[in-house]
Ligand binder design. Structure first.
Ligand SMILES: [Zn+2]
Length: 82
């Protein structure tokens, strides 16, 4: 598996969603994030790693960022002088 796939596996087994809320183990996102996604993406997240999961994961994260659930990458950096 690629490093990216391992990172996805670790994220699945954790209990923290990328938005910072608690999530169930073996689920990619918390319920709030999951139900923000389109039905198509929700279905795609049931694909297995190596069979489209990573692509679905990337598309889902982009959609969540678009929906304002995830901070844009620049805003996750500590601000200068704060
Ligand atoms: Zn979430």
């Amino acid at each position: 598996m690629t490093e990216k796939e391992w990172a996805a596996v670790r994220e699945l087994s954790g209990d923290r969603c990328c938005c910072g809320r608690k999530k169930a183990k073996d689920q990619t996102f918390c319920r709030g994030c999951y139900f923000t996604l389109s039905a198509e993406l929700q279905r795609a997240l049931y694909r297995r790693i190596g069979h489209g999961y990573i692509e679905a994961y990337d598309a889902s994260k982009a959609a969540l960022r678009e929906a304002g659930r995830l901070a844009p990458i620049a805003e996750q950096m500590p601000l200068e002088g704060s």
